[in-house]
Design a binder for this molecule. Structure first.
Ligand code: GUN
Length: 280
């Protein structure tokens, strides 16, 4: 029997819990969000994040910037946010306009306010097995889903498709820390199908619709779909859900799987940074 990993349901529970915790706080956690440019998808993501933060009772500071904003101006704003005591968490929505060096921007964020775990100090800690200030949102959300459904990771063959800094790379590290045997696949990987057929767990974060088809998946595997692809104006993951689902033991839907968990973890990270900064 196939179980749908209901990210929306779990994210709603986490949100309610965060709301309760926040209602008891005199000073509210504050999340600052920078959006440079007018990428329509980014605008929707940022609005959703802001809306959710306000629902929980956090304060938000939204800094929209034109697409021709200079790198100096963007960095200057980050330095100001780093210094503002009342700002606990800083998020710079990616992608950035192409004239801006994203690494300079990410490195400018104070590690103790880096809500995405993008800064190299935090990524380095994650890699070394020390705790970063907070773990990265999407990988944290995926592991929380596994834990919530009691899906064992230890000793499992896990295939992670995609090596982005946001999902694939940190997720591979976090799965290894949970004693999984990880294969990190990417666009140049040979024999992807063969590796997939030998995997107990497949996570696809490639951004390629219909990449994972039923012939890639062994009976009883767990499949997690991180893809967000627009196909004929419809939202699609990387997985051919209709044909893959019947072969799996657990599978995430798109929408309603990983997406809501990412936002819930962003909210949880905001509260955790607040607690670290306020020593409680
Ligand atoms: N762009 C796509 N995903 C993310 C994310 O998780 N955080 C930020 N800051 N930008 C993104």
């Amino acid at each position: 029997m196939t179980v749908i990993l209901d990210g929306k349901l779990l994210a709603d529970k986490i949100t309610q819990n965060l709301k309760k915790k926040t209602s008891g706080l005199k000073v509210k956690p504050k999340l600052a969000v920078i959006l440079a440019g007018d990428n329509p998808a980014s605008l929707i993501y940022v609005r959703n994040k802001q809306k959710r933060a306000e629902e929980i009772g956090f304060e938000t500071l939204f800094l929209p910037m034109p697409k021709d904003v200079s790198e100096e101006n963007l960095l200057e704003n980050i330095y100001i946010l780093n210094e503002m005591k009342e700002v606990n968490a800083i998020l710079v929505q990616l992608p950035l306009p192409s004239h801006i060096n994203k690494f300079s921007v990410i490195e400018a964020i104070a590690p103790e306010k880096d809500v995405d775990c993008f800064n190299s100090i935090n990524v380095g800690k994650l890699l070394c097995g020390y705790s970063p200030y907070v773990p990265p949102c999407t990988p944290k959300g995926i592991i929380r889903l596994f834990d919530n459904y009691n899906i064992e990771l230890e000793g499992k063959n896990v295939l992670v498709i995609g090596r982005s800094n946001i999902v694939g790379k940190p997720l591979s590290v976090m799965f290894q820390a949970r004693n999984a045997t990880v294969t990190a696949a990417h666009s140049k990987t040979k024999n992807l199908k063969e590796i997939a057929l030998n995997s107990d767990i497949i996570v696809s974060a490639a951004g390629c619709a219909n990449l994972v088809t039923a012939d890639f998946v062994k009976e009883g595997a767990v499949v997690v779909d991180v893809g967000i692809n627009r196909v004929n104006d419809r939202l699609r993951g990387d997985v051919d859900f209709e044909n893959v689902a019947p072969k799996t033991s657990y599978i995430t839907p798109v929408p309603g799987g990983v997406g809501p968990m990412t936002i819930a973890m962003l909210m949880e990270n905001t509260l955790e940074l607040y607690q670290i900064q306020n020593h409680n």
